[in-house]
Design a protein around this ligand. Structure first.
Ligand SMILES: [Zn+2]
Length: 459
Protein backbone atom coordinates (compact mmCIF):
# COMPACT_ATOMS: atom_id res chain seq x y z
CA UNK A 1 0.00 0.00 0.00
CA UNK A 2 1.39 3.38 -0.93
CA UNK A 3 1.56 6.44 1.29
CA UNK A 4 1.49 10.08 0.31
CA UNK A 5 5.29 10.17 0.35
CA UNK A 6 5.45 7.41 -2.24
CA UNK A 7 3.36 9.15 -4.86
CA UNK A 8 5.19 12.39 -5.41
CA UNK A 9 8.70 11.29 -6.44
CA UNK A 10 10.69 12.60 -9.38
CA UNK A 11 9.26 9.76 -11.47
CA UNK A 12 5.83 11.43 -11.20
CA UNK A 13 7.12 14.87 -12.08
CA UNK A 14 5.21 15.08 -15.37
CA UNK A 15 1.92 14.21 -13.71
CA UNK A 16 2.61 16.66 -10.89
CA UNK A 17 3.52 19.46 -13.30
CA UNK A 18 0.40 18.94 -15.39
CA UNK A 19 -1.82 18.80 -12.37
CA UNK A 20 -0.31 21.96 -10.87
CA UNK A 21 -0.68 23.78 -14.19
CA UNK A 22 -4.35 22.96 -14.48
CA UNK A 23 -5.06 23.62 -10.81
CA UNK A 24 -3.21 26.93 -10.53
CA UNK A 25 -3.62 28.24 -14.07
CA UNK A 26 0.14 28.54 -14.67
CA UNK A 27 2.35 27.45 -17.54
CA UNK A 28 5.70 25.85 -16.66
CA UNK A 29 8.76 26.04 -18.88
CA UNK A 30 11.30 23.24 -18.66
CA UNK A 31 14.71 24.68 -17.78
CA UNK A 32 16.56 21.37 -17.58
CA UNK A 33 16.00 17.87 -16.20
CA UNK A 34 13.69 18.08 -13.16
CA UNK A 35 13.73 21.89 -13.29
CA UNK A 36 10.75 23.99 -14.39
CA UNK A 37 9.69 27.56 -13.81
CA UNK A 38 6.61 29.74 -14.25
CA UNK A 39 5.12 33.02 -13.08
CA UNK A 40 4.15 32.57 -9.45
CA UNK A 41 0.38 32.21 -9.07
CA UNK A 42 0.50 33.58 -5.49
CA UNK A 43 1.89 37.07 -6.02
CA UNK A 44 2.08 39.71 -8.73
CA UNK A 45 5.03 38.11 -10.47
CA UNK A 46 6.86 39.72 -13.37
CA UNK A 47 9.74 37.19 -13.31
CA UNK A 48 9.47 33.43 -13.47
CA UNK A 49 9.81 33.15 -9.69
CA UNK A 50 7.85 29.92 -9.26
CA UNK A 51 10.23 26.95 -9.59
CA UNK A 52 9.84 23.19 -9.55
CA UNK A 53 12.76 21.08 -8.36
CA UNK A 54 13.51 17.62 -6.97
CA UNK A 55 15.14 17.56 -3.53
CA UNK A 56 17.69 15.09 -2.18
CA UNK A 57 14.87 12.80 -0.93
CA UNK A 58 13.62 12.50 -4.51
CA UNK A 59 10.57 14.67 -3.69
CA UNK A 60 9.09 17.06 -6.22
CA UNK A 61 8.83 20.50 -4.64
CA UNK A 62 7.70 24.02 -5.57
CA UNK A 63 9.40 27.21 -4.48
CA UNK A 64 8.72 30.92 -4.95
CA UNK A 65 11.88 32.98 -5.13
CA UNK A 66 9.83 36.18 -5.33
CA UNK A 67 7.55 37.84 -2.79
CA UNK A 68 6.12 34.63 -1.27
CA UNK A 69 9.46 32.90 -0.56
CA UNK A 70 7.51 29.73 0.27
CA UNK A 71 8.35 26.09 -0.36
CA UNK A 72 5.63 23.54 -1.00
CA UNK A 73 4.88 20.02 -2.17
CA UNK A 74 1.85 19.10 -4.26
CA UNK A 75 -0.29 18.53 -1.14
CA UNK A 76 0.47 22.01 0.17
CA UNK A 77 -0.57 23.47 -3.18
CA UNK A 78 -3.82 21.50 -3.13
CA UNK A 79 -4.46 22.74 0.42
CA UNK A 80 -3.85 26.33 -0.71
CA UNK A 81 -5.98 26.06 -3.81
CA UNK A 82 -8.90 24.12 -2.34
CA UNK A 83 -8.61 25.52 1.21
CA UNK A 84 -8.77 21.93 2.49
CA UNK A 85 -7.07 19.84 5.16
CA UNK A 86 -3.89 17.86 4.62
CA UNK A 87 -5.80 14.55 4.67
CA UNK A 88 -8.18 15.77 2.00
CA UNK A 89 -5.26 16.96 -0.16
CA UNK A 90 -3.71 13.49 0.02
CA UNK A 91 -7.00 11.91 -0.98
CA UNK A 92 -7.44 14.34 -3.89
CA UNK A 93 -4.00 13.54 -5.24
CA UNK A 94 -4.36 9.76 -4.80
CA UNK A 95 -7.71 9.85 -6.60
CA UNK A 96 -6.19 11.90 -9.39
CA UNK A 97 -3.61 9.14 -9.86
CA UNK A 98 -6.40 6.53 -9.72
CA UNK A 99 -5.02 4.81 -6.62
CA UNK A 100 -7.47 2.78 -4.59
CA UNK A 101 -5.11 1.28 -2.00
CA UNK A 102 -3.78 4.57 -0.69
CA UNK A 103 -2.77 4.97 2.96
CA UNK A 104 -3.12 8.34 4.68
CA UNK A 105 -0.10 9.78 6.37
CA UNK A 106 -1.54 11.46 9.45
CA UNK A 107 1.88 12.70 10.46
CA UNK A 108 2.68 14.49 7.22
CA UNK A 109 4.26 17.85 7.98
CA UNK A 110 2.57 20.51 5.91
CA UNK A 111 3.73 24.06 5.36
CA UNK A 112 0.09 25.20 5.13
CA UNK A 113 -1.85 25.37 8.43
CA UNK A 114 -5.01 23.26 8.58
CA UNK A 115 -7.97 25.49 7.63
CA UNK A 116 -9.65 25.50 11.03
CA UNK A 117 -6.48 26.13 13.00
CA UNK A 118 -5.93 29.83 12.46
CA UNK A 119 -8.64 32.42 13.11
CA UNK A 120 -8.17 36.04 12.05
CA UNK A 121 -5.50 37.45 14.37
CA UNK A 122 -6.89 39.70 17.08
CA UNK A 123 -4.96 42.91 16.53
CA UNK A 124 -7.06 45.92 17.60
CA UNK A 125 -4.81 48.60 16.08
CA UNK A 126 -2.42 48.54 13.14
CA UNK A 127 -0.30 51.31 11.70
CA UNK A 128 0.46 51.69 8.04
CA UNK A 129 3.86 53.30 7.81
CA UNK A 130 5.85 53.03 4.58
CA UNK A 131 9.48 52.01 4.93
CA UNK A 132 10.40 55.16 3.11
CA UNK A 133 8.26 58.25 3.38
CA UNK A 134 8.71 59.93 0.03
CA UNK A 135 6.28 61.93 -2.06
CA UNK A 136 5.01 58.87 -3.89
CA UNK A 137 4.19 56.96 -0.70
CA UNK A 138 2.67 60.01 0.95
CA UNK A 139 0.44 60.48 -2.10
CA UNK A 140 -0.63 56.81 -1.95
CA UNK A 141 -1.48 57.11 1.75
CA UNK A 142 -3.44 60.24 1.08
CA UNK A 143 -5.32 58.67 -1.79
CA UNK A 144 -6.12 55.60 0.33
CA UNK A 145 -7.41 57.76 3.19
CA UNK A 146 -9.71 59.65 0.84
CA UNK A 147 -10.85 56.43 -0.81
CA UNK A 148 -11.85 54.85 2.51
CA UNK A 149 -13.49 58.09 3.60
CA UNK A 150 -15.47 58.10 0.35
CA UNK A 151 -16.67 54.55 1.00
CA UNK A 152 -17.82 55.37 4.51
CA UNK A 153 -19.53 58.61 3.56
CA UNK A 154 -21.28 57.33 0.46
CA UNK A 155 -22.58 54.11 2.07
CA UNK A 156 -24.18 55.35 5.23
CA UNK A 157 -26.72 52.56 5.29
CA UNK A 158 -24.40 49.76 4.43
CA UNK A 159 -21.88 50.82 7.06
CA UNK A 160 -24.50 51.93 9.55
CA UNK A 161 -22.86 49.90 12.35
CA UNK A 162 -19.61 51.85 11.81
CA UNK A 163 -21.42 55.20 11.84
CA UNK A 164 -23.16 54.16 15.05
CA UNK A 165 -19.97 52.95 16.64
CA UNK A 166 -18.16 56.18 15.75
CA UNK A 167 -21.05 58.29 17.04
CA UNK A 168 -20.98 56.37 20.31
CA UNK A 169 -17.30 57.35 20.65
CA UNK A 170 -17.92 61.03 19.98
CA UNK A 171 -17.06 61.00 16.28
CA UNK A 172 -19.84 62.50 14.20
CA UNK A 173 -20.28 63.47 10.59
CA UNK A 174 -18.30 66.70 10.94
CA UNK A 175 -15.27 64.96 12.39
CA UNK A 176 -15.48 62.19 9.78
CA UNK A 177 -15.22 64.73 7.03
CA UNK A 178 -12.77 67.10 8.74
CA UNK A 179 -10.34 64.30 9.69
CA UNK A 180 -10.92 62.27 6.53
CA UNK A 181 -11.87 59.21 8.57
CA UNK A 182 -12.81 56.15 6.57
CA UNK A 183 -13.66 52.49 6.65
CA UNK A 184 -12.02 49.55 4.89
CA UNK A 185 -14.62 46.80 4.39
CA UNK A 186 -13.63 43.45 5.93
CA UNK A 187 -12.79 40.09 4.33
CA UNK A 188 -16.34 39.00 5.06
CA UNK A 189 -17.78 41.85 2.99
CA UNK A 190 -19.49 40.17 0.06
CA UNK A 191 -18.80 42.91 -2.43
CA UNK A 192 -15.19 43.74 -1.65
CA UNK A 193 -13.80 40.66 0.14
CA UNK A 194 -11.25 42.86 1.90
CA UNK A 195 -9.99 44.24 -1.42
CA UNK A 196 -11.82 47.53 -1.81
CA UNK A 197 -8.66 49.59 -2.27
CA UNK A 198 -6.68 46.96 -4.18
CA UNK A 199 -9.55 46.52 -6.63
CA UNK A 200 -9.96 50.27 -7.05
CA UNK A 201 -6.38 50.37 -8.31
CA UNK A 202 -6.89 47.45 -10.73
CA UNK A 203 -7.42 49.48 -13.92
CA UNK A 204 -4.16 51.28 -13.24
CA UNK A 205 -2.27 48.10 -12.29
CA UNK A 206 -3.15 46.66 -15.64
CA UNK A 207 -1.50 49.53 -17.44
CA UNK A 208 1.56 50.01 -15.38
CA UNK A 209 3.23 47.80 -12.80
CA UNK A 210 4.75 50.81 -11.06
CA UNK A 211 1.36 51.84 -9.78
CA UNK A 212 1.14 48.51 -8.03
CA UNK A 213 4.45 49.09 -6.26
CA UNK A 214 3.09 52.48 -5.15
CA UNK A 215 0.41 50.64 -3.19
CA UNK A 216 2.61 47.83 -1.83
CA UNK A 217 5.50 50.19 -0.96
CA UNK A 218 3.16 52.39 1.03
CA UNK A 219 2.18 49.30 3.02
CA UNK A 220 -1.47 49.48 1.94
CA UNK A 221 -1.74 45.98 0.48
CA UNK A 222 -1.17 42.66 2.20
CA UNK A 223 0.33 39.70 0.34
CA UNK A 224 -1.89 36.79 1.39
CA UNK A 225 0.60 33.99 0.81
CA UNK A 226 3.19 35.26 3.26
CA UNK A 227 3.96 32.61 5.86
CA UNK A 228 6.16 34.95 7.89
CA UNK A 229 3.16 36.80 9.34
CA UNK A 230 1.02 35.94 12.36
CA UNK A 231 -2.28 34.53 11.16
CA UNK A 232 -0.87 33.15 7.92
CA UNK A 233 -3.36 30.28 7.98
CA UNK A 234 -6.19 32.80 7.98
CA UNK A 235 -4.78 35.09 5.32
CA UNK A 236 -3.78 32.36 2.87
CA UNK A 237 -7.41 31.20 2.89
CA UNK A 238 -8.41 34.63 1.55
CA UNK A 239 -6.61 34.01 -1.76
CA UNK A 240 -9.40 34.11 -4.29
CA UNK A 241 -8.80 31.96 -7.35
CA UNK A 242 -12.02 33.11 -8.91
CA UNK A 243 -10.36 36.46 -9.56
CA UNK A 244 -8.62 36.82 -12.86
CA UNK A 245 -5.95 39.37 -11.98
CA UNK A 246 -3.00 38.33 -9.81
CA UNK A 247 -3.26 41.57 -7.79
CA UNK A 248 -6.85 41.06 -6.89
CA UNK A 249 -6.40 37.33 -6.32
CA UNK A 250 -3.37 37.49 -4.05
CA UNK A 251 -3.51 40.80 -2.22
CA UNK A 252 -5.96 42.35 0.21
CA UNK A 253 -6.20 45.75 1.83
CA UNK A 254 -3.83 45.81 4.78
CA UNK A 255 -6.55 47.67 6.70
CA UNK A 256 -9.47 45.38 5.81
CA UNK A 257 -12.13 45.49 8.53
CA UNK A 258 -10.80 48.65 10.18
CA UNK A 259 -11.80 52.23 10.73
CA UNK A 260 -9.08 54.30 9.09
CA UNK A 261 -7.61 57.41 10.74
CA UNK A 262 -5.04 59.35 8.70
CA UNK A 263 -1.96 60.47 10.61
CA UNK A 264 -0.50 63.75 9.34
CA UNK A 265 2.53 65.84 10.11
CA UNK A 266 2.17 69.48 11.12
CA UNK A 267 1.93 70.51 7.46
CA UNK A 268 -1.03 68.14 6.83
CA UNK A 269 1.08 65.72 4.78
CA UNK A 270 -0.27 62.20 5.34
CA UNK A 271 2.56 60.17 6.90
CA UNK A 272 0.67 57.08 7.98
CA UNK A 273 -2.70 55.52 8.67
CA UNK A 274 -3.99 54.04 11.89
CA UNK A 275 -6.48 51.21 11.41
CA UNK A 276 -8.64 50.43 14.40
CA UNK A 277 -11.05 47.57 14.83
CA UNK A 278 -14.45 48.78 15.98
CA UNK A 279 -14.19 47.70 19.61
CA UNK A 280 -12.86 48.79 22.96
CA UNK A 281 -9.49 47.12 23.19
CA UNK A 282 -7.29 49.49 21.20
CA UNK A 283 -5.22 51.38 23.70
CA UNK A 284 -4.88 48.51 26.12
CA UNK A 285 -3.43 46.38 23.35
CA UNK A 286 -0.97 49.10 22.36
CA UNK A 287 0.20 49.33 25.97
CA UNK A 288 0.80 45.62 26.06
CA UNK A 289 2.81 45.82 22.88
CA UNK A 290 4.94 48.77 23.94
CA UNK A 291 5.89 46.96 27.14
CA UNK A 292 7.45 44.19 25.11
CA UNK A 293 9.03 46.10 22.26
CA UNK A 294 8.94 49.73 21.30
CA UNK A 295 6.54 49.60 18.39
CA UNK A 296 8.12 51.95 15.95
CA UNK A 297 10.36 54.96 15.63
CA UNK A 298 7.91 56.76 13.43
CA UNK A 299 5.86 59.72 14.55
CA UNK A 300 2.40 58.69 15.66
CA UNK A 301 0.60 61.86 16.57
CA UNK A 302 -3.05 62.10 15.72
CA UNK A 303 -4.45 65.59 15.26
CA UNK A 304 -1.07 67.34 15.07
CA UNK A 305 -1.93 69.21 11.87
CA UNK A 306 -5.04 70.67 13.53
CA UNK A 307 -3.24 71.53 16.77
CA UNK A 308 0.19 72.78 15.68
CA UNK A 309 -0.88 76.40 15.36
CA UNK A 310 -2.45 76.46 18.85
CA UNK A 311 0.39 74.53 20.44
CA UNK A 312 2.87 77.13 19.17
CA UNK A 313 0.63 80.01 20.13
CA UNK A 314 -0.02 78.87 23.69
CA UNK A 315 3.19 76.87 24.19
CA UNK A 316 0.94 74.21 25.62
CA UNK A 317 0.07 70.68 24.53
CA UNK A 318 -2.62 68.42 25.89
CA UNK A 319 -1.68 64.80 25.33
CA UNK A 320 -4.31 62.10 25.23
CA UNK A 321 -3.78 58.42 24.67
CA UNK A 322 -6.33 57.00 22.28
CA UNK A 323 -7.95 58.37 19.18
CA UNK A 324 -11.41 58.35 20.80
CA UNK A 325 -10.16 60.25 23.86
CA UNK A 326 -8.88 62.73 21.34
CA UNK A 327 -12.38 63.34 19.95
CA UNK A 328 -13.95 63.58 23.40
CA UNK A 329 -11.50 66.34 24.28
CA UNK A 330 -11.48 67.88 20.83
CA UNK A 331 -15.22 68.49 20.88
CA UNK A 332 -14.79 70.39 24.12
CA UNK A 333 -11.64 72.35 23.28
CA UNK A 334 -12.71 73.16 19.74
CA UNK A 335 -15.67 75.04 21.15
CA UNK A 336 -13.22 77.10 23.16
CA UNK A 337 -11.11 77.69 20.06
CA UNK A 338 -8.07 76.13 21.70
CA UNK A 339 -7.59 72.58 20.49
CA UNK A 340 -3.90 72.35 21.44
CA UNK A 341 -4.55 68.64 21.59
CA UNK A 342 -2.75 65.58 20.24
CA UNK A 343 -3.27 61.83 20.65
CA UNK A 344 -0.08 59.79 20.97
CA UNK A 345 -2.05 56.69 19.86
CA UNK A 346 -0.84 54.73 22.86
CA UNK A 347 1.15 55.70 25.93
CA UNK A 348 4.47 55.27 24.16
CA UNK A 349 5.78 58.44 22.53
CA UNK A 350 7.92 57.33 19.60
CA UNK A 351 11.35 59.00 19.19
CA UNK A 352 10.26 60.78 16.00
CA UNK A 353 7.09 62.03 17.72
CA UNK A 354 9.15 63.23 20.69
CA UNK A 355 11.46 65.13 18.33
CA UNK A 356 8.48 66.83 16.66
CA UNK A 357 6.87 67.77 19.96
CA UNK A 358 10.14 69.08 21.35
CA UNK A 359 10.63 71.23 18.25
CA UNK A 360 7.32 73.01 18.93
CA UNK A 361 8.84 74.91 21.87
CA UNK A 362 6.28 73.83 24.46
CA UNK A 363 6.31 74.98 28.04
CA UNK A 364 3.29 73.13 29.42
CA UNK A 365 2.69 69.43 28.88
CA UNK A 366 -0.74 68.43 30.13
CA UNK A 367 -1.08 64.66 30.23
CA UNK A 368 -4.63 63.37 30.23
CA UNK A 369 -4.05 59.64 30.38
CA UNK A 370 -2.86 56.92 32.66
CA UNK A 371 0.78 56.80 31.80
CA UNK A 372 2.98 53.82 32.42
CA UNK A 373 6.66 54.13 33.20
CA UNK A 374 7.73 54.14 29.58
CA UNK A 375 5.20 56.82 28.67
CA UNK A 376 6.03 58.91 31.71
CA UNK A 377 9.76 58.80 31.03
CA UNK A 378 9.17 59.84 27.44
CA UNK A 379 7.09 62.86 28.40
CA UNK A 380 9.43 63.92 31.19
CA UNK A 381 12.35 63.77 28.81
CA UNK A 382 10.53 66.02 26.34
CA UNK A 383 9.63 68.49 29.09
CA UNK A 384 13.21 68.46 30.36
CA UNK A 385 14.50 69.29 26.88
CA UNK A 386 12.14 72.24 26.56
CA UNK A 387 12.68 73.24 30.18
CA UNK A 388 8.93 72.86 30.58
CA UNK A 389 6.36 71.63 33.08
CA UNK A 390 4.35 68.43 33.16
CA UNK A 391 0.82 68.39 34.52
CA UNK A 392 -0.58 64.97 35.10
CA UNK A 393 -4.35 64.63 35.06
CA UNK A 394 -4.64 60.88 34.61
CA UNK A 395 -6.99 59.22 32.18
CA UNK A 396 -10.76 59.59 32.10
CA UNK A 397 -12.52 56.87 34.07
CA UNK A 398 -15.54 55.12 32.61
CA UNK A 399 -18.18 57.49 33.97
CA UNK A 400 -16.12 60.64 33.89
CA UNK A 401 -16.70 63.20 31.18
CA UNK A 402 -13.72 64.86 29.54
CA UNK A 403 -15.03 68.09 30.98
CA UNK A 404 -14.63 66.82 34.54
CA UNK A 405 -11.13 65.70 33.82
CA UNK A 406 -10.10 68.94 32.18
CA UNK A 407 -11.91 71.16 34.70
CA UNK A 408 -8.77 71.92 36.73
CA UNK A 409 -7.06 73.35 33.68
CA UNK A 410 -9.94 74.76 31.66
CA UNK A 411 -9.75 78.20 33.23
CA UNK A 412 -6.02 78.25 32.79
CA UNK A 413 -6.44 77.27 29.17
CA UNK A 414 -8.74 80.24 28.81
CA UNK A 415 -5.82 82.37 29.89
CA UNK A 416 -3.32 80.73 27.54
CA UNK A 417 -0.97 83.09 25.83
CA UNK A 418 2.73 83.69 25.83
CA UNK A 419 2.42 86.27 28.54
CA UNK A 420 -0.23 84.57 30.62
CA UNK A 421 0.91 80.97 30.42
CA UNK A 422 2.06 81.03 34.02
CA UNK A 423 -1.58 81.25 35.00
CA UNK A 424 -1.57 77.53 34.44
CA UNK A 425 1.15 77.01 37.04
CA UNK A 426 -0.82 79.05 39.51
CA UNK A 427 -4.01 77.13 38.81
CA UNK A 428 -2.62 73.73 39.66
CA UNK A 429 -1.12 72.12 42.72
CA UNK A 430 2.31 70.82 41.86
CA UNK A 431 4.60 68.13 43.13
CA UNK A 432 8.26 68.06 42.30
CA UNK A 433 9.59 65.03 40.52
CA UNK A 434 13.06 63.98 41.54
CA UNK A 435 15.03 64.24 38.34
CA UNK A 436 18.51 65.07 39.67
CA UNK A 437 21.38 62.67 40.26
CA UNK A 438 21.59 62.91 44.02
CA UNK A 439 22.80 66.47 44.36
CA UNK A 440 26.25 65.89 42.89
CA UNK A 441 25.28 67.20 39.50
CA UNK A 442 25.95 70.88 39.18
CA UNK A 443 23.52 71.24 36.30
CA UNK A 444 20.21 72.37 37.68
CA UNK A 445 17.53 69.71 37.10
CA UNK A 446 14.84 70.91 34.72
CA UNK A 447 11.70 72.31 36.22
CA UNK A 448 9.42 69.36 35.84
CA UNK A 449 6.34 69.35 37.96
CA UNK A 450 3.39 67.13 38.35
CA UNK A 451 -0.03 68.48 39.01
CA UNK A 452 -2.43 65.94 40.34
CA UNK A 453 -6.15 66.24 40.02
CA UNK A 454 -6.40 63.48 42.56
CA UNK A 455 -8.06 61.27 40.00
CA UNK A 456 -6.06 58.32 38.86
CA UNK A 457 -8.62 56.21 37.11
CA UNK A 458 -7.30 52.80 36.23
CA UNK A 459 -7.13 51.56 32.67
ZN1 LIG B 1 5.14 33.97 -5.19
Amino acid sequence: MKTCQDIKPAASIDAIIHYAEAMLGVRFTKVRKNRYNAQCPFHADTENSFRVYVNKDDEVRFHCFGACKGDWDIYDLIMLRRKCRSGKAQQVWAEHLGMADFKFDAGRVSSIPEPDETPEPDVPVVFIEPLKLDQKNAASLDEAASFYNGLLVSHKNRFKHIWEYLASRGVGQDAISKFNIGYAPPYSDEQHRGRALVDSFLPRFEKKNETFSAVTDAGLARLLNDNSVKGYGYYCRQIDFSRKYPFSRNYCDALAGRIVFPICDSTSLTTGLAGRNPGDRGVRWLKQQSREVPLSDRARLFGLEKAAQYIRQYRTIILVEGVFDYFAFYNLLQDMGKPALVSTLGSYVTPEAAAIITSLDIEHFIVAYNWDELGRNGIERMAAKSNGWVYYLGGPSKDQSPYDLLKPVLDAINGFSRGASHDLCAMLPKTKIKTGTGGHNKVQPPSVAVACSGKTASD
